[in-house]
Design a protein around this ligand. Structure first.
Ligand code: PHE
Length: 339
């Protein structure tokens, strides 16, 4: 039997189509094929010849298997097309990317770090004191209702924090002024999930306490942030508001970046979108945290991370953030740390 002729046949066989590969497999690799028959013959040969021929046949079988494997994978890969189609995209290595909320969070942090803010953190499972009482919520305030808050153990006052303002309390209890912190984190609310609302979302809290902090500082800080983040030409609208823990309280809207102010579902056809709540820290909150309201003043703000991410990237539906939809996530891959 001519081993080298067989070898040449294996090496040179045309495997360019799935049918040709099938024929090749039938001929060389399947039961009853050429190699199979040769292996059967092997048994009738004397010991000395058996060994040498056996080695040769094993080599041929590996060769045939290798050819089928390579042909099969090349067949499905773009590089085959590359040899005939010069416009075919080259093979790229795919890498991981960061979640759009992380990209935005980090960018906000960097803008405030330039103003001397450092980072603070607090737990997501909180107690009534840090989420409500120290923040000057009346005992019968509607936010304390089970309708709005997820209680873990209502009688023990254990709950999932409804805002990152809890971290204000924790920081003021632990530090003496001057205090200048930023606290990003996840918060929870008892809502019906829709394109505009979710049971969890993210906020970034800011707190600045010192001897001479004024409302003008608050305004200048947030205007700086909004212009740096959304662009110099961004329009802002300050509206008087109410929060139990701030006295003068305000909410800040920006001109809707999705429709340019013409009206769309994201701005509820008003042309404006609320991006943050803020105010001067209520003296009762300072007292509750052991800081003298005679000696110190401060401001606080809370930003909705999903909201500003939606505006920045034009994302219409809040639910996309939590769905692990690969093609949605991959569209942010290029941002890296460049933003
Ligand atoms: N905690 C408020 C909210 O969740 C936002 C806020 C933070 C308002 C700090 C004023 C000061 O809506």
């Amino acid at each position: 039997m001519d081993i080298s002729a067989l070898e040449r046949e294996i090496v040179e066989a045309d495997l360019s189509s799935p049918e040709a590969q099938q024929r090749f497999r039938q001929k060389f690799l399947k039961k009853g094929g050429v190699l199979d028959e040769l292996f059967a013959k092997l048994r009738s040969l004397p010991q000395e010849q058996r060994k040498e021929l056996g080695t040769q046949l094993n080599r041929l079988r590996a060769l045939a298997q290798g050819r089928v494997e390579v042909a099969g994978s090349v067949e499905n890969s773009p590089s085959t097309a590359l040899s005939t189609d010069a416009t075919f995209p080259r093979l790229t290595l795919s890498s991981g990317g960061r979640h759009p909320l992380s990209i935005v969070e980090e960018r906000v942090i960097r803008l405030f770090q330039r103003l001397g803010y450092s980072l603070a953190d607090g737990p997501e499972i909180e107690d009534d004191w840090h989420n409500f009482t120290a923040l000057n919520f009346e005992p019968d305030h509607p936010a304390r209702d089970m309708q709005d808050t997820f209680f873990i153990n209502p009688s023990a006052g254990r709950l999932l924090r409804t805002h990152t303002s809890t971290v204000q309390v924790r920081v003021m209890e632990a530090m003496r002024p001057p205090i200048r912190i930023l606290a990003p984190g996840r918060v929870y609310r008892h809502e019906t999930i829709s394109a505009r609302a979710h049971v969890y979302f993210h906020q970034i809290e800011g707190l600045y306490i010192d001897t001479h902090v004024s409302a003008a500082d608050l305004r200048a800080t947030l205007e700086y942030f909004i212009r740096s983040f959304f662009g110099e030409k961004t329009r802002t609208r300050w509206r008087a508001s109410y929060f139990p823990f701030t006295e003068m309280s305000a909410e800040v809207d920006i001109g809707c970046l999705i429709c340019g102010g013409e009206g769309c579902p994201v701005c509820k056809y008003s042309g404006w979108v609320e991006v943050l709540g803020c105010g001067m820290v209520d003296p009762n909150v300072l007292t509750a945290c052991g800081i003298s309201p005679e000696a110190y003043r401060g401001f606080a703000f809370g930003l909705g991370v999903e909201r500003i991410t939606q505006l920045l990237f034009g994302i219409p539906d809040l639910r996309l953030f939590g769905q692990n939809n690969i093609s949605f996530l991959e569209s942010f891959r290029g941002y890296g740390y460049a933003l």
